[in-house]
Design a binder for this molecule. Structure first.
Ligand code: ATP
Ligand code: MG
Length: 292
């Protein structure tokens, strides 16, 4: 039987989350520390553990049909592949940063400060693309890691790198001045999948969508006096028709609704105020998207 091959990061920030997503999709992958190729038990999928840098090439060449990696790496490698889904995890931004002492001049000149300057980065292509749009030209020093050290050791005037908390920048006397790209993990696919493989990909995407849809939503249950029902419904986020159930006590009803975490915190106090009780929220595993 035909199988899809998916390449995920062997070890690094994306590996656990990539495996977790497949697991949430109900795909069982035997745990293996040593083998770099494992077959899923209950889905026609084979998983290759690779360095994330190599994944775009493998997917372009059809060695793997799919891959999970950061959008930043996809843009950097610029291979002939397609992005099948944004996966919503490993969100980060790629920023320009400069030594603190240069901030006053930067504040006056803005991004033009970089014109003719030297910038150290592991993402030369992303940097080139982003600066082209802004009409700024820099000399790029490509380095594999520890980019933050470059200005201190006299290798470059500034850096372009992934920033999460900014703590590493701070420790190296640098300050972030521009975000040039926002990134998250994406599922990439080979452009010429045959019909069988495309069918398996469609099944996988159906599962991924159900998981992603559920991620930020809660199943909320509450009890309210029957005579407050309309008020409760007015407070709840708009749904076509909330679930209402009778309780043993004729004067009370139970109401169930699905909402985001933010919506939950917005409605919980107003609901309490009008007399709702037993308000609780539980996580949802999957939501099958409604077909438009
Ligand atoms: P190497 O290839 O040397 O193992 P890498 O930078 O490619 O290093 P990771 O550090 O594991 O590998 O990062 C993988 C991806 O995770 C990055 O390409 C980026 O998309 C994302 N990422 C990196 N740093 C962060 C962060 N601090 N927060 C969230 N996502 C991040
Ligand atoms: Mg890498």
């Amino acid at each position: 039987m035909n199988k899809l091959r998916i390449a995920i990061q062997k070890s690094g920030r994306l590996s656990d989350k990539s495996k977790a997503l497949l697991k949430e999709c109900g795909i069982n992958i035997p745990d293996s520390k040593k083998t770099l190729k494992v077959k899923a038990v209950n889905f026609p999928l084979e998983v290759l553990m690779l360095r994330d840098d190599d994944i775009p090439q493998y997917v372009q060449d059809g060695i793997a049909d799919l891959g999970i990696l950061g959008e930043n790496e996809v843009v950097e490698k610029n291979k002939d592949i397609r992005i099948a889904r944004a996966l919503g995890f490993s969100k980060c931004r790629l920023c320009l940063a400069i030594p603190k002492k240069d901030i006053p001049t930067y504040d006056i000149e803005g991004i033009k400060w970089f014109d003719g300057k030297e910038v150290a980065t592991s993402y030369p292509n992303v940097l080139k693309e982003c600066l082209k749009e802004k009409g700024v030209q820099v000399k790029i020093h490509e380095i594999g890691g520890s980019v933050e050290i470059a200005p201190t050791i006299g290798l470059a005037d500034g850096i372009f790198d992934i920033v999460s908390t900014g703590a590493t920048l701070l420790n190296n006397g640098l300050e972030e001045v521009e975000t040039l790209m926002k990134s998250q993990a994406v599922l990439i696919a080979n452009k010429d999948l045959d019909t069988d493989k495309q069918q398996i990909l469609d099944d996988l995407l159906f599962r991924i969508d159900a998981v992603l849809n559920a991620k930020n939503r809660k199943y909320v249950m509450l009890n309210a006096p029957k005579n407050k029902l309309e008020e409760v419904i007015a407070i709840l986020p708009k749904v076509k028709s909330p679930t209402i159930m009778n309780l043993r006590d004729d004067n009370w009803v139970a109401i169930h609704a699905v909402m985001t975490e933010d919506e939950f915190w917005e409605v919980v106090r107003p609901l309490e105020k009008i007399g709702a009780t037993g308000i609780l929220s539980v996580p949802i595993e999957k939501i099958i998207p409604r077909i438009a």
